[in-house]
Design a protein around this ligand. Structure first.
Ligand code: BMP
Length: 222
């Protein structure tokens, strides 16, 4: 297990602008959320050392959402840097194909899970990638990756992809809150975790917002 057993089912997308605001939000929310997801803007601003600092300070699983999409030699370097920084999982685009994903998997070994992005939550996710989304889910099984990312804005698609990956794989679903997805709907459809960013960190009271999501989902999960 690279992520913990779900409790609140919330992965916090910490897309805050800088280190100070990141720690401010995490100080309030770390004990409500199940994991933390970092994306490029914050790391480009503060460096990978912030991922390491957050991992040490809050002791929560960390997903490096760097949506890796390159040739194997470059993926190898990215995976080594991210692994050394302390990430527990790394996100990779499915469309790069099996050789490029395998390279990541080899570097990750037993220390980092590989999560394959199937289609984006935004409208463009339906433009090119949707027609291959089931193949990306099959690739997750074939390469024995940790899980997939399925759109929290489209519960029907989560359900369809859960049918392909089976019950053991992790499904993380972005798009909850600010993009209109509902946490309870995503979990009901088969997501293991919902990924929530702005609806928590932009709230005046991030902790209260996280607790609202936690309560919403606890009513639905049996
Ligand atoms: P928010 O809850 O503020 O919309 O943030 C969603 C997070 O998930 C952002 O980091 C975004 O880049 C990411 N994301 C997404 O919204 N849709 C996807 O399909 C894949 C993502 O990684």
């Amino acid at each position: 297990m690279f992520l913990n057993t779900p409790n609140s089912h919330i992965i916090l997308a910490i897309d805050t602008p800088d280190r100070t605001s990141t720690l401010h939000v995490l100080d309030q929310c770390y004990d409500v959320v199940d994991a933390i997801k970092f994306n490029y803007p914050l790391i480009l601003k503060e460096g990978l050392s912030l991922l390491t600092e957050v991992k040490r300070k809050y002791n929560l699983p960390i997903i490096a959402d760097f949506k890796v999409a390159d040739v194997p030699v470059t993926n190898n370097r990215i995976a080594n840097l991210v692994k050394d920084a302390g990430a527990d999982a790394i996100m990779v685009h499915g469309f790069i194909g099996s050789d490029s994903i395998l390279e990541l998997k080899e570097v990750a070994g037993n220390e980092m899970g590989i999560i394959i992005v199937t289609e984006l939550t935004s409208p463009g996710g339906l433009e090119f990638t949707r027609q291959h989304a089931t193949q990306f889910a099959e690739l997750c099984n074939f390469l024995d990756c940790y899980g997939i990312q399925a759109p929290g804005t489209r519960p029907d698609q989560i359900k369809a992809l859960r049918g392909i990956v089976g019950s053991e794989k992790v499904i993380v679903s972005c798009g909850i809150g600010a993009q209109g997805g509902q946490l309870a709907d995503a979990i009901d459809a088969g997501a293991t975790f919902g990924i929530i960013g702005r609806a928590i960190y932009e709230d005046k009271h991030p902790r209260a917002a996280a607790i609202r999501f936690q309560k919403e989902v606890s009513k639905h999960v049996h």
